[in-house]
Design a protein around this ligand. Structure first.
Ligand code: ZN
Length: 181
């Protein structure tokens, strides 16, 4: 999920592609030597939520690689035809089966090395009944002092959780934007 992509075959004709700078361009692209198709690659959007119940946040234990068995906020790839908020809502539904309402956008992290941008919204849980999907081993609530920080799957999730608890202590939430190396 968090590896940079590398195109091997042309999506049009199946030929092996070559990485080179096309005419009138300024960076390497996967170019098909047979049909001339240029495959542009752009950062992927990862969208998720920080679902909250009182003092607790909802984390999901991953049933998939990478980072199998580690804990994450519900999140996944934005799909075509979705807004960022709708994608975050869908991922939360799919991974946790939670009942909740979306709140404000909370963090945006550039993960340039992985070619990704991660967006997390705050969300308010309506109850504590979860029905995790196949990508999740278990979904459960954690107070700040219970969060298994060493077993959090991704740095953007760790940073988002850290910011969340900080803002809550201060009594107001704002949008945080950062870069993860
Ligand atoms: Zn081709």
């Amino acid at each position: 999920m968090f590896e940079p992509r590398r195109i091997k075959h042309c999506r049009v004709c199946g030929q092996l592609v070559e990485y080179r700078i096309p005419a009138d361009d300024n960076r390497e692209r996967a170019v098909c030597p047979a049909c001339g198709e240029i495959h542009y690659e752009n950062p992927i959007n990862v969208v998720g939520t920080v679902p909250v119940w009182g003092e607790q946040v909802l984390l999901c234990r991953r049933n998939i690689e990478p980072r199998y068995g580690l804990w994450t906020l519900p999140a996944g790839f934005l799909e075509l035809g979705e807004t960022v908020a709708a994608g975050a809502q869908r991922e939360t539904d799919e991974e946790a089966g939670a009942h909740f309402e979306m709140q404000d956008l909370f963090t945006i992290y550039n993960v340039v090395r992985a070619g990704q941008v991660h967006f997390f919204y705050r969300a308010r849980l309506h109850d504590t009944e979860f029905n995790p999907g196949p990508e999740t081993i278990e979904a459960r609530l954690f107070r700040e002092d219970e969060v298994p920080w060493e077993q959090v799957a991704f740095r953007t999730v760790r940073e988002t959780l850290r910011r969340y608890f900080e803002d809550r202590r201060q009594g107001s939430f704002s949008l945080h934007v950062g870069d993860i190396g």
